[in-house]
Design a protein around this ligand. Structure first.
Ligand SMILES: [Fe+2]
Ligand SMILES: [Fe+2]
Length: 272
C-alpha cells in the first residue's frame, strides 16, 4: 500500500500564459499543451475506473485499499482542476482541443463492460505517465527556460504521478485481471496515446502558425529522439511493462521524492 497525500499547489494560474511559455520553443510548448488538453477528461476516467474497481472488490478487501484509493482520487482531482485552469488560457489563445472529445467517444464504448477493462486501460496510461514523469524529473533542467510557475506545475504533477503509479495496477491484480488483457490494453493504449499526442501537437502548431518551420521540428526531434530525448530514454521502461513479473513499484521514483522534498514551499498539504 502506498500512502498518498493530496497537495494544493501554490502557483499563480490567473496570469495568461505566454504563447510559447516553454522557453520560446514552439514544439515543446505545443507538445505540453497537447498533453494538458488530455488531462481533465483522461484523469476523470482514471478516477472513475479506480473508484469502480474498488467497489467491485469484496468488502473485506476494500478496507486495505480505502486510503490509497482516496489519495489517488484526491491527487487526480487536483490535477484535473489545475490543468482545467491552464487549458482555459490555451482556449483564449485560439487553440482547439480535439483530443478530449475523441477520447470521450472511445470511453463511451466501455460503458457497461467489466470494470477490469477500464482499470487495465488506466494502469497502462499510468505507466505511461509515470515513466514520462520520472524522465521529466530526472531531466528537469530541460524545463529551465519555461515560465517558472509552469515548470513547478509540470514537476508537481510528475512527482504525484510517480507516487500513485501502482494504484490502478494493484486493483487490477486484486480483481483477478488477466495478463493477456493487461498486455493487449497496453499495446492499444500505446498506439492511441502516441497518435493522439502527435495529432494534437500538430493541431496546436498549425493554429500557432509554426507547423512548417524547420526550427519547430528540429527542436521536436531533439526533445523526443536526441541523446536525452524522451522516447529514447523511456523506451526501456516502456518495454518493462511486458514482463510477467512487472510491478510499477520496480520503476525508479527517487527523482519524484527528491523534488517533493526540495519544493515543499510550493504546495500545502490538504487535510493536514
Ligand atoms: Fe494526474
Ligand atoms: Fe495518474
Amino acid at each position: 500500500m502506498t500512502e498518498l497525500v493530496v497537495r494544493r499547489l501554490l502557483i499563480d494560474l490567473d496570469t495568461p500564459l505566454g504563447r510559447h511559455w516553454f522557453g520560446g520553443d514552439a514544439f515543446r510548448t505545443a507538445f505540453f499543451n497537447a498533453l494538458s488538453m488530455s488531462f481533465p477528461v483522461g484523469e476523470q476516467f482514471f478516477i472513475d475506473s479506480v473508484r469502480n474497481g474498488y467497489k467491485a472488490l469484496p468488502l473485506e478487501q476494500q478496507e486495505s485499499y480505502r486510503q490509497e484509493v482516496q489519495g489517488f482520487i484526491g491527487q487526480e482531482a487536483t490535477h484535473r482542476r489545475i490543468h482545467g485552469l491552464f487549458n482555459a488560457h490555451l482556449e483564449k489563445q485560439g487553440l482547439v482541443n480535439a483530443w478530449a472529445p475523441r477520447a470521450q467517444k472511445r470511453m463511451a464504448l466501455l460503458e457497461g463492460t467489466d470494470p477490469r477493462h477500464a482499470l487495465a486501460i488506466t494502469a497502462a496510461n499510468e505507466h505511461f505517465t509515470a515513466i514520462f514523469a520520472e524522465w521529466m524529473l530526472a531531466n528537469h533542467d530541460l524545463l529551465d527556460g519555461a515560465e517558472p510557475r509552469l515548470k513547478t506545475m509540470w514537476l508537481w504533477h510528475s512527482a504525484e504521478e510517480s507516487e500513485h503509479k501502482s494504484t490502478a495496477f494493484e486493483l487490477y491484480r486484486a480483481l483477478g485481471g488477466s495478463e493477456s488483457w493487461r498486455l493487449a490494453w497496453f499495446r492499444r493504449v500505446t498506439w492511441i496515446f502516441l497518435s493522439d499526442a502527435l495529432r494534437q501537437t500538430v493541431n496546436n502548431l498549425r493554429r500557432d502558425g509554426t507547423l512548417w518551420r524547420w526550427s519547430t521540428w528540429k527542436s521536436g526531434a531533439a526533445y523526443l529522439l536526441g541523446r536525452r530525448g524522451l522516447l529514447r530514454q523511456a523506451y526501456g521502461a516502456w518495454r518493462d511493462y511486458f514482463r510477467a513479473d512487472f510491478h510499477p513499484a520496480q520503476q525508479e521514483n527517487r527523482h519524484s521524492a527528491q523534488w517533493l522534498a526540495d519544493n515543499a514551499g510550493q504546495y500545502s498539504l490538504v487535510g493536514r
